[in-house]
Design a protein around this ligand. Structure first.
Ligand code: FMN
Length: 500
């Protein structure tokens, strides 16, 4: 009993911390009662299925799951899932004071969007060098890479990963999260969508007829992963961003074959090359974040180039950072940088009246809500259109909802109440046609459009603000006024505490 109390107390006082390795983070989660160990699961479907069951049942209350003694593998060869799936763990991993409160999280993350860059520090050794395997000795089946879902095309060693590449022309580095599938004992494939910086880097080498160097970390400190899946500009080095957020450089060792930086505390790192004439392999299908399978076999995508792995580095008893996707709602990782970025972008654009921005959890980043004080006719449409086509919103923001300042963007019921009562569909719904989308979106597979490369789709804007020109005559809401609420809470605090 005492231990539980002590843990509860610790939860309250948890402060922001820098976790320089995945193991430091797991130690913290364990102290906070946020980690469960599951022994004996099969990498083939069980691990993914159990993760999905826990997530659906517990959502934001889900613990992180550390799978050990995976069927067919020695103890210690582990897979982590739901590692940063919740607001609490996401904020902890982002060097913020951990919080379960979404509003606090998004506000704090907004202020963290653009850190001052601190370049990584090259060191001569690190735990990642504990085991080094060369060329023909490499067998990727050494690691318990999961096949998460029944319809998947193979085992995905990289899901919560960090793929590091260099631009052949400028020398600039990039770290991105792209799913990585095992294609043979020393072969993998990476799914890099068009426009991804990693893909641009690979192409920059191939244009010169040279092999593209690549380093793939499939388990690392959570802040590196969070930065790798965040959308920074093309010339931004994510390792420098993490340094900025940590307030100290990230330690890296240089890959001997590629001279690319390898996080010194990483769990498992694959180093290799994509040769210009590399064999093409079928990538996927993979159970993607919109709740449908995507990848080669399913959707007739062009096959992708195999990556030759020529060296593997790993810590003893290594941990894969697994991140299977499910039908939304899912892992906050998929959405959490979007609302803070969109909010910052709207503020930076100098549009007046913006109050708050949230991305509704059930939409996994695809439904953005903005509250605002309308100040002139057309103002709400301006904000909504700006958000829907903004750098943050243009790809994922399928639905943009604008509400008045009195509507709490974190209260889904209230947002839909505003939609019901303030949005006249004949005037306040806007469908924007031919917007950018991506092939993970099932609607882009329209048999009439897809074969000719038309992957556009329409977006919906819902203006649920009171009509500007008569907003002062709009019927008053029956909600408790805040002054009365305060008075009641003050006077009845003790009795209410017992009831609520
Ligand atoms: C968990 C997770 C998995 C992702 N997997 C992929 C992927 O397989 N392929 C891809 O192109 N983008 C994927 N993304 C999106 C990219 O990681 C994201 O757009 C990132 O900004 C890409 O980095 P880049 O802009 O430096 O290329 C994923 C994002 C997350 C959060």
């Amino acid at each position: 009993m005492k231990t539980v109390e002590a843990k509860e107390q610790q939860k309250d006082v948890a402060q922001s911390q820098v976790f320089r390795s995945l193991r430091d983070f797991l130690e913290f989660l364990d102290e906070q009662g946020q980690l469960r160990i599951i022994k004996g699961a099969d990498w083939n479907l069980e691990l993914g299925g159990l993760t999905e069951l826990v997530w659906r049942k517990k959502l934001e209350d889900s613990p992180a799951l550390l799978f050990d003694e995976i069927k067919g593998y020695p103890p210690g060869f582990r897979v982590l899932t739901l590692g940063v799936a919740t607001t609490y763990r996401y904020t902890a991993a982002s060097h913020l004071r951990p919080t379960k409160d979404r509003r606090q999280a998004i506000t704090a993350l907004r202020d963290q969007v653009a850190p001052v860059a601190i370049p990584p520090r090259v060191v001569s050794s690190g735990p990642v060098l504990e085991n080094v395997v060369e060329k023909e000795k490499i067998d990727l089946a050494t690691f318990p890479a999961p096949k998460y879902k029944e319809g998947e095309g193979g085992r995905f060693i990289g899901t919560g990963d960090v793929v590091i590449t260099r631009d052949a022309d400028t020398g600039l580095l990039n770290a991105g999260t792209y799913r990585v599938q095992i294609q043979g004992p020393n072969k993998v494939s990476a799914h890099m969508a068009p426009g991804r910086h990693g893909r641009i880097h690979v192409e920059s080498f191939h244009r010169k007829g040279k092999p593209a160097p690549i380093v793939i970390s499939v388990g690392q400190s959570p802040d590196l992963f969070l930065a790798a899946c965040e959308r920074f500009g093309k010339d931004v080095d994510e390792l420098e961003m993490v340094g900025g957020r940590r307030g100290e450089p990230v330690d890296v060792v240089l890959g001997e074959l590629t001279r690319l930086p390898i996080p010194a505390t990483a769990e498992i790192v694959l180093e290799g090359f994509i040769y210009p004439d590399a064999e093409k392999v079928n990538e996927g299908p993979f159970g993607e974040f919109m709740g449908y399978y995507a990848g080669a076999h399913e959707q007739g995508h062009p096959e992708v180039s195999a990556i030759n792995i020529e060296r593997v580095y790993y810590r003893s008893e290594p941990i894969i950072f697994g991140l299977p996707h499910h039908r939304p709602p899912q892992d906050v990782v998929l959405e959490y940088r979007l609302a803070p970025r969109l909010w910052k972008e709207l503020l930076d654009a100098g549009i007046p009246g913006i109050h708050e921005v949230n991305s509704l959890p059930f939409g996994s980043g695809m439904v953005n809500v903005i509250s605002m004080r309308t100040q002139y006719a057309g103002h709400s449409t301006q904000v909504a259109m700006h958000a829907a086509s903004s750098q943050t919103g243009y790809l994922l923001g399928h639905i943009t909802i604008v509400v008045d300042e009195d509507v709490d963007v974190y209260d889904q019921d209230m947002v839909f109440w505003a939609v019901l009562t303030r949005c006249d569909p004949s005037r306040h719904l806007h469908v924007i046609n031919n917007m950018v989308s991506f092939t993970l979106d099932p609607l882009t597979h329209d048999p009439l459009k897809y074969p000719v490369g038309d992957t556009t789709r329409a977006r919906l804007v819902i203006d649920a603000t009171k009509p500007f020109h008569w907003k002062n005559r709009f019927p008053r809401t029956t909600d408790l006024r805040s002054e009365l609420k305060e008075q009641l809470l003050k006077k009845w605090e003790r009795d209410l505490f017992r009831i609520l």
